[in-house]
Design a protein around this ligand. Sequence first.
Ligand code: HEM
Length: 509
Amino acid sequence: MFRAYSLYPLRENALSAKTVADIYGQGRNTQKSSGYAPHPYFPAVFNTHNCIDKEMHGRKRRIVSQGFSTAAINSSEPMIINHVQNLCNALMKSIPEPQGLFDDEWSPPQDMASWTNYLTLDVISDLTYGQPFNLLTSPDLRWLVNAIVSGNRRIYLRFAFPALFNVNPSAWYSPDKWIFPKMAAERQRFLEISTKFSEQRIAAEEKMSKRNDIMSALLAAKDPKTGTKLSDAEVWGEAHLMIAAGGDTTSTALASVLFYLSRNAGAHARLNDEIRHTFRSIDRIRQGPLLASCHYLRACLEEAMRLAPPAPGALWREVCAGGAIVDGRHIPAGYDVAVCQYAICHNADYFPDPYRFNPERFLASPTEERSPRDDYFSHAPPAPASTLSPPLSPSTLSLSLSPGPFSPSGTLSTPLPHTPNGTETAPTFAPFLLGPRSCVAKPFAYLEMSLALARLVWLLEFQAADDSGEGRPGCGEVGRERRGEFQIVDMFSSGKVGPGLRWRRRGGM
Ligand code: HEM
């Protein structure tokens, strides 16, 4: 563990697996840091992500989780497939028609950071508002991609300089007015459009309630504990959050996996083999046992998120009154503590040869029969005799188990992994985080990523077209020289460019 800096607020940036459990696990004496609080999207209305108070969060989380129930995710599958097909169509359109019988034309370079962003934003807007932004099929709203990046950058700066942002954004001395006017203007445009889409969706609820989507859940769901519903402003805030949280993250994982597959012929061939042998037609690529049997697909996604975590930095938590024991050290109340995702995911003690794309590390054996991650998702431990302090209670555990990527439920909280005898183990790989503030949409994100990657691989071939997304040897920037590493920039989510890929129809299609 090392001290990152200790100005305001007091902070520790920790780098061990045990600290992940001690900081983020269920029942730990930590809460979200004060950096999350300033300026909710709508005045005085916090959402599931930026509220700090644990009781307030519990109520929102119990309601929002209903939007990611098994039934809700199942009914969203045709919608996801529709947008994945739009992506495939857009890429196929970029491929020139063959001139001769034996021509195999490749498309010009396509920037996959943009295309994957369009896909994930179309999916999440359709899921949330019942109408997609249509970024895949029309350029009109593509400015939203940058607007969302600006919003995330602002959150990132807020963490770094909390005092700077601790002022009313409309005050004349607000940094939004003087230092970051472009960022603030883009964020404002995003807020306006998300409010417009929310209003339209709420007005159409009577007709659309059968869709079983997030908005229906937000409008109808009652907190099972308090019996309360969300106010209209809370619904808007949550809907806006879905777009901000659900677009940029999933697209980073997809862009990253395409980058690494385009540069690792062995892994690319093995994935092609798995997908093309598992599914006789593209229409069969749907959730179910066949997709769940694609362990190499899953391992590629895991390895891509390890190498380029969609939330790459330190997700700060404040130690509450009474202090906390973090990896055996007492941390006093008021300190912020965090584990940097990128750093721990590249720790050679946990991931030997950490910069190499090696999906096999997520399989039970190199020849692969069963991914150890299955245990992570489906293994219900007997009453755990935790070795960590404070221990999890069996009742919280049974609440928090989520059974699997393709049959999701129980998204209330992501549990810690367990050994076969039921003991909590310290997690080293947790791109969705753990505990009560982990990602509420993990099963949905896995479904979306799996459908997209499997369908792209089934239908098309791709290869690297240029060096976008690569590191540059000799560039002089520490950590940016590895050519084979997909470059991301920590801006709360991951900023990215590329990879630039060429596409062609799969032979014989
Ligand atoms: C690969 C895809 C994704 C990854 C890696 C990811 C990762 C994360 C992480 C690390 C957090 C914790 C953030 C923090 O502590 O500040 C989080 C929270 C959250 N994510 Fe995701 N996410 C993904 C996709 C999504 C999607 C698709 C949605 C919505 C549809 C979503 C909605 C949320 C929400 C609402 C929270 C706040 C949860 C809470 O505080 O209770 N995420 N996610």
